[in-house]
Design a protein around this ligand. Structure first.
Ligand code: BGP
Length: 468
């Protein structure tokens, strides 16, 4: 049966400042930890990225021409406060005013994220969000942006608090590259959730007319053998690390007993403790009903088997299928079912996981109000030919996920839009320029854009709302 999405649905494209803008030293921008980390650990840097800093008029014209009516953009904190705090860089402020103005001129609504992985270097060096002082610096930055950029109607505090903790302190693929430290993972999640809650509270207390929310990555976790209680427990613990701890903080204002029992078990096995204070829960509680929307980034699901051996995680950053490994002592290991497709980067493609995750939010957190799917898409080694890319696999991926979204709406979930990751090709944090996602192919040498087959497909979808 052909499925349809609602008339007022947003068909958007997503970007992030550091992955798109390039111009990392232009017009007074301050450094971020990623600058040196990429130079020292990877085979690419954030230059030139997609030169969105200069090319945004082209990308917005293309968006308008291809029916895209929303764009996720993030503000680079270090363009506004080059040192993370203190002096304001007026050129950075002007840049974003110009960018938001161009969005509106092209009828592409900007959904603006304050922090998409790019804490200014000075603050990252002194502990990033493990250091509670940085919660206050983030708030100063947020307060400045809310007041200054009154043309923004949709604010997101953070992009993916979960993957920040995982990338920085579990997998070690993000700066500072620490591995297997689960107490730092949970502490980072917790402190960032406090920063989120404080920013939301501030926004609402000031009575700003726009909407505010947060974007969480929510990969769905299943037991490898649903009849084995140990696998069921492994999936539950893995879900607590990546999803439930953060969702509880967002919508319950505290951690449920089951969540806390899981955290305690994980830390008992892996070591470390948490600093959770009474006043933290006062602010989480005060903000839990104030989120206007939840952004869900969904790419994959995982299947978990019980595991008690030593922790080992290998990140597949080069698209060498089958090269990844993920096993955490006392939590579980990921074992992929053979009959479910995977990308070259070992991400398991499972649209039903998106359906299940949306319905889980609806059921477990009924105060969620509204959902946008803020990222979803297929990372692929595109083949550029005839000035385009015949990316049928990407179209198929997006189609199946949109069908799952349509089903959740039929089943009562309030989902109001979809932002494909990514609008145009950008580089991938830990996988480089080879892993492309865009509707518009970017020739990174010339910075020319070429609509892919998926862009034409997306245009028709946006015009008709029919998924076919
Ligand atoms: C999300 C990030 C994006 C983007 C995307 C694709 O985690 O919010 O910034 O990178 O994932 O992931 P990757 O680039 O690792 O393929």
């Amino acid at each position: 049966m052909i499925k349809k999405l609602p008339k007022d649905f947003i068909f958007g494209g997503a970007t992030a400042a550091y992955q798109a803008e390039g111009a990392t030293k232009t017009d007074g921008k301050g450094p971020v930890a990623w600058d040196r980390y990429l130079e020292e650990n990877y085979w690419y840097t954030a230059e030139p990225a997609s030169d969105f800093y200069h090319k945004y008029p082209v990308d917005l014209s293309l968006s308008e021409a291809y029916g895209i009516n929303g764009i996720r953009i993030s503000i680079a904190w270090s363009r506004i406060f080059p040192n993370g705090e203190g002096t304001i860089n007026q050129k950075g402020v002007e840049y974003y005013h110009n960018l938001f103005k161009a969005c509106h001129q092209h009828h592409v609504e900007p959904f603006v994220t304050l922090h998409h992985f790019d804490t200014p270097k000075a603050l990252h060096d002194n502990g990033d969000f493990l250091n509670r002082e940085n919660i206050e610096h983030f708030l100063t930055y947020a307060a400045f942006c809310f007041e200054e950029f009154s043309e923004v109607n949709y604010w997101t505090t953070f992009n993916e608090i979960g993957p920040i903790g995982d990338g920085q302190y579990l997998v070690g693929k993000f700066p500072p590259g620490i591995q297997y430290d689960l107490s730092k993972v949970f502490q980072s999640h917790h402190n960032m959730m406090i920063a989120h809650a404080k920013a939301v509270k501030l926004y609402k207390d000031k009575g700003y007319p726009g909407e505010i929310g947060v974007v969480h990555a929510l990969p769905t976790k299943y037991p490898f053998n649903p009849d084995n209680p140990e696998d069921v427990r492994a999936a539950e613990l893995e879900d607590i690390i990546h999803n439930r701890f953060i969702l509880d903080a967002t919508y319950l204002g505290h951690y449920s007993d089951t969540t806390m029992a899981g955290v305690k078990h994980i830390l008992a096995v892996n070591g470390g403790s948490l600093d959770l204070r009474d006043e933290d829960f006062e602010i989480l509680e005060a903000a839990k009903d104030l989120n206007d929307f939840l952004g869900i980034n969904y790419y994959m699901s995982d299947w978990m088997q019980a595991y008690d051996g030593e922790t080992e995680i290998i990140h597949n950053g080069k698209g060498e299928k089958g090269s990844s490994k993920y096993q955490i002592k006392g939590v579980g290991r990921r074992v992929a079912p053979t009959n479910i497709p995977k990308t070259d980067w070992d991400w398991i493609i499972y649209p039903q996981g998106l359906y299940d995750q949306i319905m889980r939010v609806k059921k477990a957190y009924p105060n969620y109000k509204k959902i946008y799917i803020t990222e979803n898409g297929l990372g692929y080694k595109d083949i550029f030919e005839d000035h385009t890319v015949y990316d049928d696999a990407r179209i198929d991926y997006v189609k199946q996920h949109l069908e799952a979204i349509s089903d959740t709406i039929t089943d009562g979930a309030n989902v109001k839009g979809y932002f494909i990751w990514s609008l145009m090709d950008v580089f991938s944090w830990s996988n480089g320029y080879e892993k492309r996602y865009g509707l518009f192919y970017v020739d990174f040498d010339t910075q020319k854009r070429y609509p892919k087959k998926s862009a034409h497909w997306y245009k028709k979808l946006a015009e008709t709302q029919v998924i076919e």
